[in-house]
Design a binder for this molecule. Structure first.
Ligand code: NAD
Length: 354
């Protein structure tokens, strides 16, 4: 079917809700890209957009990304995303959160929300007063849910080990040189797991004190943020910003593998080809960084069933990330297509659009 929408990012989204609530002042967009595999799941971004079309662009693009990510994570969930358009002062009121919860409830479970940029656990708790279709709620120690960072880091760690086995023939990470960009929640978690396995770490962050503290803790070295992509190493792990893999940076990479958690690492489609042509094994970001969504989706699915769910069950599901990556790399090898293209094709096929 030809797209009726004029937005460049429209990809036959099943439903796009434009919401305005006069009383609370809530203005939001909820985009459901696909519910082929289950309810469209994806977080809510609270952001001030200079231009409403930028908000629509985010909602359409990010909801499609969630369809792909959830499908490749083996979750019985489709893809959705919400954006709440805040004023310049970024005021977010209890009334807005309540109204937003009511809108989600009216969608009857077709959309399930969670935290994204600008959202807190407390916001999800507020939304949960109006609808059960929310996850990322506070969790007790050892239960599914709660802070996604450690789960995301665990999946990336497993993915890096799979890449080391595939590209370097390494049975373990002992002595493998890893250059890590970003020492926050995800990057710090990945670094700690790799350090335990004896990897040799070089870390960088725009907050140089943070990088130094992590390097001191783990016995690695920290270097200036603008030098990390050129470090000679086996594995470069981006865990900070998106769009870092472009023509200039790819030409300077001195690694054999790129595997990290940052979202949307590849700046343009042709940069995926560049990585492939340079012989660098790439772990598609939305496949390797799915630990966080696996965590909150498991929390939601268990709550729906009324059964308790442990972090161990989440980690078992995350344990499948390496298999998926290896399937992508095999297909990439067989077809001569970049891993990013292969992953997109697999995801499209899983959501019935192949
Ligand atoms: P965070 O804010 O805790 O950490 C990000 C770190 O990157 C910060 O320390 C920041 O100073 C640093 N940084 C920013 N720009 C940098 C640059 N140019 N060079 C070096 N360091 C830089 O965020 P996080 O939760 O660790 O997320 C990191 C990335 O992973 C983001 O792209 C995020 O979208 C993605 N991600 C996170 C999760 C999760 O569960 N937290 C899940 C999926 C994807």
């Amino acid at each position: 079917m030809a797209a009726f929408w004029t937005e460049a990012d429209f990809d036959e989204h099943e439903q796009v809700e434009l919401v305005h609530d006069r009383v609370s002042g809530l203005t939001a967009i909820i985009a459901l890209h696909s519910t082929h595999l289950g309810p469209g799941a994806g977080g809510t971004r609270f952001w001030h957009y200079a231009d409403p079309s930028a908000a629509m662009h985010d909602a359409l693009r990010l909801s499609r990304g969630m369809s792909y990510k959830n499908a490749m994570a083996g979750l019985p969930m489709g893809g959705g995303k919400a954006v709440v358009l805040l004023d310049e002062d970024r005021t977010k009121t209890p009334a807005m959160l309540a109204a937003f919860g009511d809108v989600i409830e009216r969608l009857g479970g077709r959309y399930v929300t969670a935290e994204d940029v600008g959202a807190s656990e407390a916001d999800m708790v507020a939304i949960s007063q109006r609808t059960p279709h929310v996850c990322g709620l506070p969790a007790e120690e050892g239960a599914a849910g709660g802070d996604p960072g450690p789960f995301t880091a665990y999946g990336i760690y497993l993915g890096i080990k799979a890449a080391a086995a595939t590209r370097l023939g390494a049975d373990d990470m002992q002595g493998v040189r890893v250059a890590l960009q970003g020492c926050g929640s995800v990057g710090g978690g990945v670094a700690r797991l790799l350090a335990k396995d004896g990897a040799v770490l070089t870390v960088a962050d725009i907050d140089s004190e943070k990088a130094k503290a992590l390097a001191d803790e783990l016995g690695g070295i920290s270097i200036p943020a603008d030098a990390i992509m050129e470090v000679e190493c086996e594995i470069f792990s981006p865990n900070a910003l998106g769009a870092i893999l472009n023509e200039q940076s790819i030409a300077k990479l001195a690694c054999q593998v790129v595997a990290g958690g940052a979202n949307n690492q590849i700046a343009r489609a042709e940069d995926g080809v560049r990585l492939y042509e340079r012989g660098i094994l790439y772990a598609p970001d939305y496949v390797i960084n799915a630990g966080g969504i696996i965590n909150v989706a498991t929390e939601y699915l268990c709550r729906q069933k009324g059964t308790p769910c442990t972090a161990e069950e989440v980690n078992t599901r995350i344990g499948k990330i390496p298999e998926r990556l290896k399937a992508i790399w095999r297909e990439s090898e067989a077809t001569g297509l970049g891993a990013d293209v292969v992953a997109d094709r697999m995801a499209q096929s899983l959501i019935g659009r192949g």
